[in-house]
Design a protein around this ligand. Structure first.
Ligand code: AMP
Length: 284
């Protein structure tokens, strides 16, 4: 039976019981409108822990665009339904006042190690401060053994990994592979807002990333970026950036061979929706 819990107090009581019974806890934070990408995280958490807790909270502090926040889908009943076959113990669906009660230190000065300066950080000011803030708060509430996040949000898990290390949080970060629609488009709650025609064509993003990977040894970084951006600039698609970065520091690379871990990350607009994706070019 899944319990849908809204209050921190009720959740804390359940967690105390689990701890008394020496259960391990896997935690999957989400903003809801669940799809197979989220479910893949849940499955992995279930395999590796006794108890799985998933949170559904559309966190306003990580939205730099008010319209995006307003339009973000909220489908809690359908989300719970989708989770039923997957052995989740608790869906934590708190209100604002539970996550951000008066008097609780929000950690707005969390050190992000400069990892927020590039890519999404550059295009979405304040976004990662909001993400770090909410994940820190949720980790304090849930105190999980393991935290499950998707590679789809490459910069996000890098920043959360940094936060966990610098704040000495006793939670292991587990990164899960990207789950895609049949077209190759990375699954996202925002895909629902695409026109069907656009959604069918959006495999272009992954195809471009794969081509960039294919040419990684025969083209320079600037040639790869030029090539990729040109391929992506087909209406209704309009790229924000295609960056080739070091997978540890997220610093832009001039030469792929200067790093042991190179990743190509991309953000593309279509139908007023911002889509992100990435591919690991090499990891020695
Ligand atoms: P969100 O609800 O978009 O905040 O995502 C919650 C978690 O699910 C994040 O760790 C995401 O990286 C992960 N996630 C979202 N989409 C996918 C996907 N297509 N494949 C794997 N993980 C995903």
């Amino acid at each position: 039976m899944i319990a849908v819990i809204e209050s921190v107090d009720a959740l804390s009581k359940r967690i105390e019981e689990y701890r008394e019974n020496e259960k391990t806890i896997g935690f999957v934070p989400t903003m809801g409108a669940l799809h197979e990408g989220h479910i893949s995280l849940v499955r992995k958490a279930k395999r590796e822990n006794d108890i799985v807790i998933i949170s559904v909270f559309v966190n306003p502090t990580q939205f730099n665009d008010k319209k995006d926040l307003e339009k973000y889908p909220r489908t809690l009943d359908a989300d719970v339904e989708l989770l039923v076959p997957h052995g989740v113990s608790i869906v934590f669906a708190p209100g604002m006042h539970e996550v951000y009660p008066k008097g609780v230190e929000l950690g707005s000065d969390i050190d992000l190690g400069g990892l927020d300066e590039y890519m999404e950080g550059a295009f979405r000011p304040g976004h990662f401060k909001g993400v770090a803030q909410v994940v820190k708060r949720l980790l304090e509430i849930v105190t999980p053994d393991r935290l499950y996040m998707g590679q789809k949000d490459f910069q996000q898990f890098s920043i959360i990994g940094h936060m966990i290390r610098t704040l000495h949080i006793h939670t292991e970060l587990v990164v899960c592979r990207i789950i895609r629609e049949s077209s190759g488009l990375a699954m996202s709650s925002r895909n629902e807002r695409l026109l069907q025609k656009t959604r069918d064509q959006a495999g272009l993003i992954y195809k471009t990333l794969k081509a960039v990977k294919k040419y990684r040894n025969s083209k320079s970084v600037s040639e790869l970026k030029k090539y990729g951006l040109k391929r992506l600039a087909v209406p209704p698609f309009q790229p924000d950036y295609l960056s080739i970065v070091d997978g540890f520091t997220l610093q832009p690379l001039n030469d792929i061979n200067s790093s042991t871990y190179a990743v190509a990350c991309v953000a593309v607009w279509a139908d007023g929706v911002r889509l992100i994706d990435n591919i690991i070019l090499k990891k020695d």
